[in-house]
Ligand binder design. Structure first.
Ligand code: CUA
Length: 378
């Protein structure tokens, strides 16, 4: 197909004028993104490599703006420059352009170089977050639950709830996973995000650099109360919602104080992996420990009101002493052994689904404590 080569040389009368105008508009757009105050769009950077992430965003936004202005501008320009003329017949088609090797060379080379440059800039940051090993990193774990986050520290038994404290200027290795469904751990001020996937551990590395309190947000839809896993979402009656959790960056002294507080508070907490089979001994169940655990593990789905006060599962007030509900949801008589069985094995049926003890991260001892607590609710 070589006919009509000569017909395709024209770009239209105003092409170079339009090109210059689009160039000026692009310069304005690029200038905006280079100088834009990032803290108007996002929170102040509280950890490194957050600033490099911002620089990458500036670069992408600036080049994307220029690209958009040129592509959209030329589309509009060509629509007018080569619109059908009144004299064209009803079957007329436009000039068919093909085999322009010079043009094809450049429109392949320029985007390729751009994507390569973008990859190099991205991989540099990715390497720091994923691979680079800090010399004296503090290893912290976070678990996603429906619908809250918990945290584990090297010298603290059990789980820490509510706030994740970190010392300023010390590198952190954060391993995240989930105990039930997929969540995603996001601290906007750190510019970091990692999916929390059951059975998979994702790792991110960063160094908190600014003392402060930063909201954690779950960014993966994880069930009915996904929205409360966001510290910026207010709870009912002006109270903080149960999933409102923060990263708190402390001075080293404040961190040690907080850390020691949890070591004492959790001194007798269980680290044991829960067992999921066999009969659970309910002797020695501690209702007070069960109450604390209930607040951590159960209250997102169970109210302490009557049976009909349902959140996800039924209200559990007086669950073992309720004449109007002599049986538990699985149809067995309401007694401590059967309550323990549901806690151990989970439940799936008319009332919905409750994960088993392994998924909920509770040990046999925890179950005994929870049953003692439930039994004490009259
Ligand atoms: Cu957890 Cu969304």
């Amino acid at each position: 197909m070589v006919e009509n080569r000569a017909a395709v040389v024209s770009l239209g009368r105003g092409f170079w004028t339009v090109t210059v105008v689009l160039g000026l508009l692009s310069i304005v757009g690029i200038y905006y993104w280079i100088t834009a105050p990032m803290d108007r769009i996002m929170p102040v950077v509280g950890a490194q490599p957050g600033e490099q992430v911002d620089e990458l965003l500036r670069f992408m936004a600036a080049s994307g703006t220029a690209l958009f202005i040129y592509v959209a501008g030329y589309i509009v320009y060509f629509c007018f420059a080569f619109r059908a003329k009144a004299t064209d017949g009803p079957d007329a088609i436009g000039v068919q352009v093909h085999d322009n090797n010079v043009l094809e060379f450049w429109w392949t080379l320029i985007p390729t170089l751009f994507v390569v440059l973008l990859s190099i800039l991205s991989v540099r940051i990715w390497y720091q977050i994923q691979v680079a090993q800090p010399a004296n990193g503090l290893v912290v774990e976070s678990l996603g639950h429906q619908w809250y986050f918990t945290f584990r520290y090297p010298q603290v038994n059990g789980e820490v709830t509510g706030e994740m404290h970190l010392p300023v200027n010390q590198p952190v290795v954060l391993n995240v996973t989930s105990s039930d469904v997929i969540h995603s751990f996001w601290v906007p001020a750190f510019r970091l995000k990692a999916d929390m996937v059951p059975g998979l551990i994702n790792t991110i590395r960063f160094t908190p650099t600014v003392i402060g309190r930063y909201p954690i947000i779950c960014t993966e839809f994880c069930g009915t109360d996904h929205g409360i896993m966001n510290a910026q979402v207010p709870g009912e009656n002006g109270k903080p919602n149960p999933g409102a959790e923060y990263v708190v960056v402390d001075s080293p002294a404040d961190f040690q104080k907080w850390y020691h507080g949890w070591q004492v508070k959790n001194a007798s907490a269980s680290n044991a992996l829960p067992s999921t089979s066999g009969t659970i001994s309910l002797a020695g169940g501690d209702a007070a420990a069960g109450q604390a655990l209930f607040a951590q593990k159960c209250s997102a789905c169970h109210a302490l009101g009557p049976f009909s006060q349902r959140i996800v599962g039924p209200g559990l007030k007086g669950v073992l002493h309720d004449p109007s509900h002599p049986n538990l949801v699985d149809g067995d008589p309401a007694n401590p052994a059967d309550a323990a069985k549901i806690l151990q094995q989970g439940y799936t049926g008319d009332m919905g689904h409750m994960p088993d003890a392994t998924q909920n991260g509770i040990s046999d001892k925890d179950i005994a404590n929870l049953v003692a607590y439930l039994a004490s609710l009259k």
